[in-house]
Every structure is written in C-alpha cells, then in structure tokens.
Design a protein around this ligand. Structure first.
Ligand SMILES: NC(=O)c1ccc[n+]([C@@H]2O[C@H](COP(=O)([O-])OP(=O)(O)OC[C@H]3O[C@@H](n4cnc5c(N)ncnc54)[C@H](OP(=O)(O)O)[C@@H]3O)[C@@H](O)[C@H]2O)c1
Length: 248
C-alpha cells in the first residue's frame, strides 16, 4: 500500500524551487498538498497543475496568518521549507533589516509553522514534520554568518522538537542540502541574475527534484522508522568551502 496516499500535506515556500518540487513529488505520491507562500500568482498556477492541491497565501513570519491557514486542517505531513538569504557581506556591513528578515523567516517561520501544526498531529498520534535545513546548518562559511546562524538554529529546532515530542507518534526529519540550483541565489543577490548564474557555473548542482526525492523517501518509511537527518551534497561539492567547477 502507498504510505502517502490521501495524506494531507502542508508545504511552505511552495511557490518556487525546492518547495515547488516537494509539492509536485508529494502530489505524484498521492498526497493532497496545501501550497503556502506569499506570491499568489505562482501558487495559483501550481495549484492548477496539481490535482487535490489548494493555495494558502501566507507569510511564515506572521504567526496569526500561519495559524489561520491551517485552522481546521487534519494535516498528516508538514514541510517547513520557506527560507532565504541576503548577500555575502560580513555582518558589520550588512543591513539590520535584511538580517532580521532572514532570521524571522528561517527561524521564527519554522517555529510558527511548528506551533500551529504540531498540536493536531500530536492529538491524532501521527504525522511527519520535515525541516529543510542546509549544510549551512552544519558548517559556517565566509560571508554566510547570518544565513548559517539561521540554519544552525533550524537544526537545533529539529533536534528540540524530536526531544519534546518523543512518543507522540509524530516523526521529525531534517533534509539538509548543499548547493541546489533555484532562485535562492537570485534572491540572495537581490535580483542580480548574472551574479546568481555564476554561482552554478560549471557545476552539476543538486536539482530541486533531488531534494524532493529525499523528502519523499523519508516520509514514506513504515511508521516505526524515523529517518532523522539526510545530508545531500552535489558530487562536486565536498564542503561549504570546497567546490570543483568544470572549465566550460
Ligand atoms: N538553493 C540552495 O542551494 C539551498 C541549499 C540548502 C537549503 N536551501 C533551503 O531550501 C529552502 C527553499 O529555498 P530554494 O532554494 O527553493 O529557494 P527559492 O526558489 O528562492 O524558494 C524560496 C521559497 O521560500 C518562500 N518564502 C520566502 N520567504 C517567505 C515568507 N516570509 N513567507 C512564506 N514563504 C516565504 C518563497 O515564496 P514567496 O516569495 O512566494 O513567499 C519561495 O517559495 C530554503 O529554506 C533554503 O534556505 C536552499
């Protein structure tokens, strides 16, 4: 029997990149997916392509909006994926508004989603809560202080939730990718497409579908198995500071 058939899933950051790929993979596996993010046009276009899906327009930084979006839903699976980075400047040269947005989205956003969705899953005695962390939550690289701090926090949240909810029937998983080719760098470099493209030049980066595949694997194990942590690297990347590029 398909473990994911008819499961109701929430995916944050479903309007782009990894979140969109996870929504597609879960739909293919039989889930009905609630597609959450801020950009209505992109979510509506995706919803039109994914049978059983629906749109939840929300900003994960807003706890009331997150709670309202999941009110009354009997969720089986939650993927806290929404996140972003800005720049590679050292902290002393970066703007407090930007680092507040990164920390509020990546850290408080995950907490807001956990707070709104865990009580129902705990009450029903089952569910999966997946965080999309990063290798930046395991290693720190120059110019990545704020983003790495946020992803180290995501890893601590994953570990803390597992401890607090042990025995509840809810499983916790963190999928931590290295370099994935998405709009992440376009956002990070504030819309500078050339700079964003250069990040992936000469590298077979991970694709969003690779990350979605890992999520799908983790959440389709039998109930007594909890895949805790998956770290995915592009084969060309040995650490956050070690990468080989083809000369093309
Ligand atoms: N790309 C990589 O190399 C990489 C590597 C490791 C981990 N990650 C992590 O993977 C996750 C997804 O990133 P991605 O690579 O797929 O980048 P992306 O293509 O830029 O997607 C980011 C998603 O997050 C959503 N989002 C951002 N702020 C939000 C907010 N305040 N409220 C709701 N949604 C918000 C965006 O939707 P809206 O703008 O429509 O709200 C978008 O759907 C992030 O957590 C990122 O840190 C990425």
């Amino acid at each position: 029997m398909n473990a994911l058939q008819d499961r109701l899933a929430l995916v944050t950051g479903a309007s782009s990149g990894i979140g969109e790929a996870i929504a597609r993979a879960l739909t293919e596996a039989g889930c009905r997916v609630v597609l959450a993010a801020r950009r209505r046009d992109r979510l509506e276009a995706l919803a039109a392509a994914l049978p059983g899906s629906r749109v939840a327009l929300l900003d994960v930084r807003d706890p009331a909006a997150v709670a309202a979006a999941v009110d009354g839903l009997e969720l089986d699976l939650v993927v806290a994926n929404a996140g972003l980075a800005y720049g590679t400047e050292p902290v002393q040269q970066s703007s407090p508004e930007e680092f507040a947005e990164v920390l509020d989205t990546n850290v408080k956003g995950v907490l807001n989603v956990a707070r709104a969705t865990l009580p129902g899953m705990i009450e029903r005695g089952r569910g999966d809560f997946v965080t999309i962390g990063s290798v930046a939550g395991r290693q720190v690289y120059p110019g990545g202080t704020v983003y790495c701090a946020s992803k180290h926090a995501v890893r601590a949240i994953y570990e803390g939730l597992r401890l607090d909810c042990v025995g509840s029937g809810v499983r916790f998983t963190t999928v931590d990718p290295g370099m994935v080719e998405t709009d992440f760098s376009l956002v990070r470099f504030r819309g500078d497409a050339d700079r964003a493209k250069a990040v992936y030049a000469g590298v077979d980066a991970l694709t969003p579908a690779d990350v979605a595949d890992a999520v799908r694997y983790a959440v389709s194990r039998p109930p007594h198995v909890n895949v805790g942590e998956i770290v995915l690297w592009a084969s060309a990347q040995a650490s956050t500071t070690s990468l080989t590029r083809r000369a093309d």
